[in-house]
Design a protein around this ligand. Sequence first.
Ligand code: SF4
Length: 363
Amino acid sequence: MRFIDEYRNVELGKRLIERIHYRSTKPIRLMEFCGGHTATIFKHGIRQLLPPTIEMLSGPGCPVCVTANADLDKAIALARIPDVIITTFGDMLKVPGSYSSLQQVKAEGGDIRVVYSTQDALNIARRNPSKSVVFLGIGFETTAPTIAASVLEAAREGIGNYYVLSLHKLCPPVIKALLDSGEVKLDGIVCPGHVSAIIGSHPYEFIPHDYKIACVISGFEPLDVLLCIYMLVVQIENGEHKVEIAYRRGVTPEGNHRALEVLDIVFKPCEANWRGIGTVPESGLRLRKEYRRFDAEYAFKIEVEPPHEPAGCLCGDILRGVKIPLDCKLFRSVCSPEHPVGPCMVSSEGSCSTYYQYGEVHG
Ligand code: SF4
């Protein structure tokens, strides 16, 4: 299949691995920010093919996982309001909040519908004018533009019963927060591919400049990730720090102008609450004043109890890269994809789910 097979070519993969072994002479620590990269690395056994000089850590790049319980509880509270239809991507259903989950509310009679796009949500709003339809806006810069576009469409058409609960997150500010915390020492970052297709490579420039950390943007096929690791190793071995793109077929330095424009028309950056990390300035998106009538937080009185985390769950530490799923006593014994205790076991991009599916080998 075009754009897949050529990025899984075994001979090319072997050559890249040889070159990584040849160039890597000193111990380095790399973080793959994105859960999609963690999945590729585990699925294709990449960690085991790397020299012992390279340590890979998983970062917080799973939008479902980083949604704080306080925010998830708001979505669950909205789902309990009469005549409200919640529309969401499927991953969110099973994520446990502090006291319940969307799946549980649905089982109790709540109207919660899994959709595949904001168009589906808008159609539900059009077909149900007497109900309020709330779309759960959970995702990074990748998904936010389509949600912004849905708000513009609703405004154009005068759809008055469509709302967004904006829990979006922005990646560069949280990378800064992680680096500022000093909890993890990194030599290089495998930067997210899909997010960068929207924002480009420029927003990462502060990382090499301020923190002397190498950055390479990667795609999601095994050769993409191997090329990215190779480019990181070369930078670090040469004593360089810069932002490079190993995913040229998806990412340009400037990003996607149209998507960024739509995003900026509807949303503005705001403080956001990240699971395990806490509040990070300018790392979320709020609807601008002109579109406030579509903001679920303004339209509804949402009442929630103080949030709490599931006992024994280490998702917060895992998302900061200071623990791995194998450090959690509940992993596999109590917590599994069928019975997830925390979000990192629910989402296909969650580290615990990846460890569960593809192996548990350290390193
Ligand atoms: Fe949380 Fe389960 Fe992962 Fe443990 S294994 S950190 S309980 S999601």
